[in-house]
Ligand binder design. Structure first.
Ligand SMILES: [Zn+2]
Length: 340
């Protein structure tokens, strides 16, 4: 079955994932081994944001290339690179379309090509929430036999989303499929940063969660809820209700086996998950909910980088190794980091 020239054969190969955020650039190097994926290196540094927004894209792309070149030198030759970006991109050309949370004009800025040339390896771009979902599917909260269809939401500055059907991330014809945070759940609701009103994100992004809980931050909201503060508990219940409406829609459309929630607020546990579940019970009428597990993400802050590496590997023709149970090997990427 295996041929030496087949990228799908199970020789050890190294795959870099870069997770570009507005604050930090994180990365992970994964080795693809017979027994499964292993994370052999990971780190982060502040994203290089130029003082002049006009120069920001150039500086950030240069930094991506520098990190890729450094890791190619220190980790050995890279077989592929994946770059997770916070926004919309062209999956065919690897250029940016709109990276709304990063300064500067990004439309048409090449990302994949300069990184590929710096790394000496094929490079693919992916949305950061889709990378999160792929990582959780292969190595995290969805890495069990039988999980083929999964939806995920990352609750942060915005609300990212991912849809995985039959083990594959749905990218759509333009790379934008899976934006669960931008489905309308109230036609007359508050304006969303995307230009629509009443999106899930308009109720469940970090600043809205903090406002609903009357706290300064999501982290403070989680602490207040854990301490039993009734205002914070009511705030999380309200946010959970809106999230539950959006997730109920997605469950009805897709019948996933698993719904994965990531981001710092997932640390609130049942204070958030309880109200979401209650809303699912009210609104999901066609799908058997007993076969849909609502779970927190398990890979913490590294999910985006790990998923970007997996995406780059799969786009370069490296099939996933056969054993999902090997996820526990390598550097631990445990639930303790989920709240960071
Ligand atoms: Zn929106």
């Amino acid at each position: 079955m295996r041929r030496a020239d087949d990228p799908g054969s199970l020789r050890v190969s190294r795959h870099l994932g870069l997770d570009l955020g507005a604050t930090n650039l994180k990365w992970a190097v994964l080795e693809r081994r017979e027994a499964g994926w292993e994370t052999v290196a990971r780190d982060q540094r502040p994203t290089r944001i130029a003082d002049d927004p006009g120069l920001a894209p150039e500086g950030i792309v240069a930094q991506l290339g520098e990190v890729a070149a450094e890791l190619a030198a220190s980790s050995g030759p890279l077989a592929s690179v994946g770059v997770g970006v916070p926004g919309v991109y062209d999956p065919e050309t690897g250029t940016a379309v709109d990276l709304i949370n990063l300064p500067g004009a990004w439309a048409g800025v090449a990302i994949a090509a300069p990184v590929a040339s710096a790394a000496g390896a094929p490079t693919a771009v992916v949305n950061d929430a889709r990378a999160f979902g792929l990582a959780e599917l292969r190595l995290g909260a969805g890495a069990e036999a039988g999980v083929r269809t999964l939806i995920g939401l990352t609750l942060g500055t915005g609300v990212g989303g991912v849809i995985i059907v039959d083990g594959r991330v749905l990218e759509g014809h333009d790379g934008s499929a899976g934006e669960l945070g931008h489905q309308t759940i109230d036609p007359d609701g508050p304006w969303c940063g995307c230009g629509n009103r009443g999106c899930v994100e308009a109720y469940a992004r970090a600043d809205q969660i903090a406002a609903a809980c009357r706290t300064a931050s999501v982290e403070a909201a989680v602490r207040a809820a854990e301490a039993g503060d009734p205002v914070a508990l009511a705030g999380l219940a309200e946010v959970g209700r809106y999230l539950g409406i959006g997730i109920a829609n997605a469950i009805t459309l897709l019948t996933p086996e698993r719904v994965v929630i990531g981001g710092g607020v997932a640390a609130a546990g049942d204070h958030l998950f309880g109200p979401i579940r209650a809303e699912l019970e009210r609104r999901v009428t066609m799908t058997n909910l007993r076969r849909v597990a609502l779970v927190p993400a398990t890979l913490g802050i590294w999910a985006g980088a790990i998923g970007a590496a997996l995406h780059g590997a799969e786009r370069a023709g490296f099939a996933p190794p056969p054993s999902p149970s090997s996820a526990a090997s390598g550097i631990a990427v445990g639930a303790s980091e989920a709240g960071q």
